[in-house]
Design a protein around this ligand. Structure first.
Ligand code: UD1
Length: 423
């Protein structure tokens, strides 16, 4: 298994290109299942999760071509010759459940393996299933699979009120509703930019959707959807992650393509910590002068709140802040697995349930550490950039799920970082 070696090496300067959003691409790809016509996605990120979704869609009979070094995906679901999403692929990635709504809406039937447990909490899919049931689907859970059947005339429009906000359940229901008979109203829907991106792509395909980006989305079902070409929105999590690199070790870095509106709550916290963020024609310019950053309290929330997917990386920054910060995790119950690893580097963190109290230290020290999930792994790399000596992050396969060319992007702004094969 590969590892990444980072050596704390002073300040960073230059530009970092930001890719298209993994989480948007993973919901745009299954949208191909809704139509017989081709769907072309541009600005796609080159990641192992995208390859897993490619494998899953191909197993269902879709054609997926990766062009221009993976940045363009040409998808076509003219023939769906298999309506079963197999456990062997689904278990690799939870987002696989997003094929359920589209397959059911288009073909009237779908069998999808339940995604396995996940290291960051229980993460059930009950809200996805309840929304589809409200649209008339008959569901049966058998042998670890969801067997879903639409009523004879297809799914029916319905009012679906989510008891709490779920990104994935909103996406599944939104896609299914585009081909349902009548009107669907999704209440307490997720408002994430990735949902807006999905709605915009579906609109290009001919879907009638309004209210995307608010907590009430209305969908008038249509008989069929056509093809489209769509550019994947900027990855706000990759953006926030790289904004933290100069925040953590000082310097002046512009994240190309970044926009404050994608990350307003996060930018406010950086400002409170003493980091300057400026929106320029090229993207977001982040500068940190001399001296320590200030401690800030952070609570994760659905969009437009502080994203749970940036909590681990923000913790890495706060480990060396002046004062004590409290991080509260409200989305996933077990998402502090990076804390013990950061403590191996000299951080002072006390985790009690959903709260982590971080008492800033002057300096972190390099150490061998282990990546436990995608965002945790990159938080250890960020911490390594600021630490004295060498940090070796093992199990970096987690990182490959969500960050393309990490070594190239960070070394491009002056970081001392390399990937060691098979170590
Ligand atoms: C998506 C993102 C993930 C991000 C998360 C929260 C993708 C591929 N993944 O995940 O990176 O961390 O949003 O912003 O886009 N829940 C249920 N029942 C359900 C669905 C969810 O109880 O049927 C719970 C989850 O356990 C969690 C909360 O709802 O506590 C939010 O989860 P959700 O927004 O659905 O996350 P994902 O869509 O899985």
């Amino acid at each position: 298994m590969d590892s990444i070696v980072v050596t704390g090496n002073g300040t960073l300067s230059g530009e970092i290109p930001i890719a298209g959003a993994k989480n948007a691409c993973l919901t745009l790809m299954p949208a191909t299942l809704l139509s017989e016509d081709p769907l072309t996605l541009t600005n796609a990120p080159r990641l192992s999760d995208i390859r897993t979704m490619t494998e899953l869609l191909r197993s269902l009979g879709a054609e997926v071509q990766s062009l221009q070094d993976g940045q363009v995906l040409a998808l076509s679901s003219h023939d769906l010759n298999n309506l079963t999403a197999d456990y062997d692929i689904v278990r690799k990635m939870r987002a696989s459940i997003l094929v359920l709504g589209p397959m059911l809406a288009r073909a009237g039937k779908a069998v999808v393996s339940l995604p396995g447990g996940c290291a960051i909490g229980a993460r059930p899919v009950d809200l996805h299933l309840k929304a589809l049931e409200a649209m008339g689907a008959e569901l049966e859970l058998r042998d670890g699979y969801v067997h879903a059947k639409a009523p004879s005339g297809g799914l029916k429009g319905a009012v679906v009120e989510f008891p709490f906000v779920s990104v994935g359940a909103t996406e599944n229901a939104l896609m299914a509703a585009t081909l349902a008979r009548g009107t669907t109203v999704l209440k307490n829907a997720a408002r994430e930019p990735e949902i807006v991106d999905l709605a915009q792509c579906l609109q290009k395909m001919g879907a009638r959707i309004s209210g995307e980006g608010t907590s009430e989305i209305t969908i008038e079902g249509v008989d069929r959807l056509g093809g489209a070409t769509h550019r994947v929105v900027t990855d706000r999590i990759e953006l926030g992650t790289y904004m933290l690199a100069p925040a953590i070790c000082g310097g002046d870095v512009t994240c190309l393509g970044g926009r404050i509106d994608l990350l307003a709550a996060f930018c406010e916290k950086l400002d409170a910590a003493g980091i300057s963020v400026e929106e320029t024609a090229k993207g977001l310019r982040v500068t940190r002068g001399n001296g320590r950053v200030r401690a800030v309290d952070v609570t994760t929330d659905p969009y437009p709140g502080f994203p749970t997917d940036l909590q681990a990386q923000m913790m890495a920054l706060l480990c060396t802040a002046e004062g004590t910060s409290v991080l509260e995790e409200k989305i996933f119950e077990n998402r502090f697995m990076h804390a013990p690893e950061l403590m191996r580097m000299g951080a002072q963190i006390d985790v009690q349930g959903g709260h982590a109290t971080v008492t800033g230290v002057e300096k972190l020290r390099g150490a061998p550490v282990m990546a436990t999930d995608l965002r945790a792994s990159v938080s250890l790399i960020l911490a390594g950039l600021a630490a004295e000596g060498e940090t070796v992050v093992s199990r970096v396969y987690h990182l490959d799920r969500g960050y393309e060319h990490v070594v190239r992007k960070l070394s491009g702004v002056g970081a001392k970082i390399e990937r060691i094969k098979g170590a």
